[in-house]
Each structure stands twice: as C-alpha cells, then as structure tokens.
Design a protein around this ligand. Structure first.
Ligand SMILES: C[S@@+](CC[C@H](N)C(=O)[O-])C[C@H]1O[C@@H](n2cnc3c(N)ncnc32)[C@H](O)[C@@H]1O
Length: 294
C-alpha cells in the first residue's frame, strides 16, 4: 500500500480519517494527481508527460510505477501532495526528470547525476557493447566520462577489464568518483584534456559533438545540461578530430557521433590508420557509434 511508505504522521491521519484532503491543490487520489500533473506537463511542452508524472509521483511515494496503477484510487498523504507539487513545478520548468530524481539508469547500474554532468543517453550504451567485445584483461579508457557511465557500466559487466576515465571537468570527475565508490566498482578517474598518461588497448568516447550555434535543442538540454558536455566547435567534431589524431598506440577506438556525422568520422578514423571500421546503429536506426580496429 502507498500509505505504508508515507511519513509516520500521514499514516496516522490515513488510519484516522480514512482519506486525506489535498493541500488546496486539487483532488486527492493517485489517479487524479497523475492526471492533473500530466495535463500541466503536456501544456509545458514535455514530450512524455504521463510517464514523467508517474516517475515523479513514484519517487515521492517510494514505490514503483506499477504500484501507482494498483493504488489508483488511494488518497495521497498531504506531505506527498506538497512534495509532488514541488517536483511537478520543476518539471514544468523543463528540468529533466533525471536531475529532479538525482539518478539515471544505464545498462545494469544506476548513476547519481546532477547538473555538473550530462545525463547518460540510451544510445551511449553502444559504447559499452564495444568495450564488452574486447579481449580478457584489456586496458580501456573512457574519454569524456561525465558521470562515469561508460566506464562504470563496462567494469560492472566485464570486471576483468582494467578501466579508467578522464574528463576535462573537475566537477564531472568528482561525480564519476562518487558513483564508482557508491557502486563499489574499481575504476580510476582523472581530470585531463582528452588522454591521460596511461597506456590503453582501447579508447571509448562520447565527447561533445553538437555544432556550436545549433538551434532547436530542447530546453532540458540548453538550460540544464553543462555546455562543456555539449558543444564541439563549428561542425561539432573539434574534439573528436583531436582525439583521433592522438590514439596512435591504441588497437580499438569507439566514438559516439551525431546522427549525421558517421561518414565524416569514419574518414577521420581511416586516415588515422584503422584498417577495419564498423558503424553501430541506435534503436532509431541512426549510425551513432564508429568503431575502428587496427
Ligand atoms: C557528451 S558528454 C558525455 C558524458 C558521458 N560519457 C556520457 O556518455 O554520459 C561529454 C563529456 O566530455 C567532457 N569533455 C569535454 N571536453 C573534453 C576534453 N577536452 N577532454 C576530456 N573530456 C572532455 C565533458 O566535460 C563531458 O563530461
């Protein structure tokens, strides 16, 4: 039951009164609260208003989304109404759900995220697939690690690999280290401009690749995500070019790219001497990762 997870005071009132009134906001059932929040989020331009409302309310109540269906007619405790209102307002201002909740699931792990780091995207999981294809004991560097998503997911799935991560942002390195410590994964993180001084068999990178001045990005990105994680110069590929020119001794390179950048990046990787080049597609069918092997 939802009430079982509500604050102690609210549980008492639920028992006493049978049902709670809202704090003057709107009617008090789970179903009504979700419907109202979804309407507001849709009006604010959110792409998945109902899902967002469910994720926020589930977080407030400390339950999973399935429970919200079972408990659709249950009355919400007053504290939950107030908290849900706060989170809904933040989402109405287009703050991403992951920042509001402070976490994002990625492969098999859950990462703590905040505005210091990019929110890991599903297509980036392709880079972990590349890492998982490496031979036993390979040394791997995740360049532009952000929250540590690629490095940590890889270590979680392939404990035999020696995994490290770099980021130019000190704040991102702090987030990645905290994630490693919380998850109990042995990955070293360092602040560096692209590569550190280590020796690696493979380099994986989801570097910034949005062209400067790109219009039409969602407010969730432009208002909340760190610019250092997004923009890669006039055509978006400044950092990718710099990295590819520096991976001389590396056997495998895996690079995430924008949906229209694969051709250009394949040329760069070929020019850098990688004889075998593969393109991996995301679920929408776009070529989103270029893999070079020597
Ligand atoms: C698109 S985000 C990717 C974050 C993470 N890898 C992920 O997929 O969620 C790019 C990251 O590259 C970092 N970055 C930008 N310029 C860099 C540089 N010159 N060297 C290393 N990291 C850089 C940013 O700070 C940011 O964390």
């Amino acid at each position: 039951m939802l009430e079982a997870r509500a604050p102690a005071g609210a549980r008492g009132r639920l028992r006493d009164a049978g049902a709670l009134a809202w704090a003057g906001v709107s009617p008090g059932s789970v179903r009504d609260a979700l419907a109202e929040a979804a309407t507001r989020l849709r009006a604010a331009g959110c792409e998945t208003p109902r899902l967002d409302a469910e994720l926020l309310l589930a977080a407030v109540l400390g339950c999973d989304r399935g429970r919200l269906v079972i408990e659709a007619r249950s009355q919400l405790p007053v504290e939950a109404v107030t908290r849900f209102e706060d989170l809904t307002e933040r989402r109405e201002a287009r703050e991403p759900v992951a920042y509001i909740l402070g976490r994002k699931d990625f492969r098999r792990i859950s990462l703590a995220v905040d505005r210091r780091v990019l929110i890991p995207r599903p297509e980036t999981e392709l880079l972990v697939d590349v890492g998982c294809s490496l031979p036993h004991g390979a040394r791997v560097l995740d360049v532009g690690t952000g929250s540590g998503a690629v490095a940590l997911a890889l270590k979680d799935e392939r404990p035999d690999l020696v995994v490290a991560g770099t980021d130019v942002s000190d704040a991102a390195v702090s987030v990645a280290r905290a994630n490693a410590s919380r998850l109990g994964l042995e990955v070293s993180f360092a602040q560096a401009d692209l590569l550190d001084r280590g020796t690696y068999d493979a380099v994986l990178a989801n570097l910034p690749y949005v062209a400067s001045g790109t219009l039409g990005l969602a407010p969730e990105i432009t208002i909340y995500e760190p610019p250092v994680a997004l923009y890669g110069g006039p055509d978006g590929l400044d950092l990718v070019r710099r990295l590819v020119s520096r991976v001389d001794g590396v056997a495998v390179v895996g690079l995430e790219v924008g949906f229209d950048q694969a051709d250009e990046v394949c040329s760069l990787v070929a020019q850098a001497g990688f004889g075998s080049i593969e393109r991996l597609r995301d679920l929408a069918g776009h070529e989103r990762v270029v893999v070079g092997r020597r």
